[in-house]
Write a protein that binds this ligand. Structure first.
Ligand code: HEM
Length: 300
């Protein structure tokens, strides 16, 4: 930015002030404490910008470059990130709920009731956790549909699809185990159904599954404590780890899949007259061009 010309008598002191200011800044930037925190020079070239990303703990998870067209909001609808943010919200509200809930068969139900009557903002806390859980299941499903619809599951992203399936199962298990923690009649029915599904596994696995889920012959205190351990430690830890792998894989697979451009973008898959499907080119549409006539069979 060009500064307006400075009037004569002020010019010399101002020049001096700018010079001193620059010298002080240089001194700070050359000092060992500054250099130990900011290891790269000011990021004014592509290379320096990349170095800043690589060397910062907070930034290194972000890609240095992204394909421009994957930033279109309606390519991903942000479903994956929304699922991740819901998981973060669930972790925060879950930690607060742990202060107020004891996973003991005689106390769990009353603790849940007390949240609505005796605890300031307790109902808000409980509902935030519950709604975030419902939404996470919904959004993870929408995210999965989006990935399928845009072909994001195809090589080289096939392994990340598998990681995603594991995340999907973990999300459902978190939802199921959370439902049991209220320890009311619905929870008792749900765990009975869950244990009986496990018991239906073939051979001796069925008996083992049921014993593993219930920790006893019938739902009781051992069941609640193991469901609690799964809900607050094992499953969140597994999701956290797998989300890390999921994000890392996106980077390794060359970023998000991109919408097809060029000729591919103008191709459609249509039912073939010989059975099955075939690829067909559609004419490029310009805003001025008249709408194409509908195909023969539609007009009839
Ligand atoms: C806790 C659950 C999950 C989280 C937090 C999550 C997060 C994300 C995020 C943030 C992205 C970047 C693009 C976007 O926002 O759409 C992404 C991409 C992707 N996700 Fe997920 N995801 C989860 C579950 C799943 C599931 C269930 C599947 C499939 C079964 C899946 C498969 C994929 C694939 C293949 C990509 C790359 C897609 C592409 O390149 O177009 N993810 N995920």
């Amino acid at each position: 930015m060009m500064l307006p010309p400075i009037p004569g008598p002020l010019r010399a002191p101002l020049d001096k002030a700018i010079e001193v200011n620059k010298a002080v800044l240089d001194l700070i930037r050359q000092s060992p404490p500054w250099k130990s925190i900011f290891r790269n020079p000011y990021p004014n070239t592509d290379e320096n910008r990349a170095l800043v990303m690589f060397n910062s703990f907070f930034l290194h998870i972000m890609p240095v470059k992204v394909k421009r067209n994957t930033l279109k909001w309606n390519y991903t609808f942000g479903m994956g990130l929304l699922t991740f943010y819901l998981f973060v919200l669930l972790t925060i509200t879950g930690v607060f709920l742990m202060f107020l809930y004891v996973p003991a068969a005689g106390q769990a139900y009353t603790d849940m009731q007390r949240l609505g009557t005796n605890v300031a903002y307790g109902q808000l806390l409980r509902n935030s956790h519950r709604w975030a859980a419902h939404l996470m299941v919904l959004f993870v499903f929408f995210h999965m549909c989006r990935v399928f619809y845009t072909g994001g599951y195809k090589p080289p992203r096939d392994f990340n699809w598998v990681v995603g399936v594991i995340l999907f199962v973990l999300t459902l298990l978190l939802s199921f185990t959370g439902y049991i923690l209220t320890w009311d009649q619905l929870a008792a029915s749900a765990i009975t159904v869950g244990a009986n599904i496990g018991a239906a596994s073939p051979m001796y696995i069925g008996g083992l599954m049921k014993a593993f889920i219930l920790g006893a012959d019938d739902p009781g205190p051992p069941t609640l404590i193991r469901v609690y351990a799964f809900h607050v430690i094992l499953l969140p830890f597994a999701v956290f780890t797998m989300v890390g792998v999921h994000f890392w894989r996106i980077r390794k697979d060359g970023g998000l899949s991109a919408p097809a451009t060029g000729r591919k973008a103008r191709q459609v898959i249509v039912p073939s007259t010989r059975g099955g499907f075939s690829v067909k080119d559609v004419p490029a549409v310009s805003p001025e061009a008249p709408l194409p006539a509908p195909p023969e069979e539609v007009r009839r």
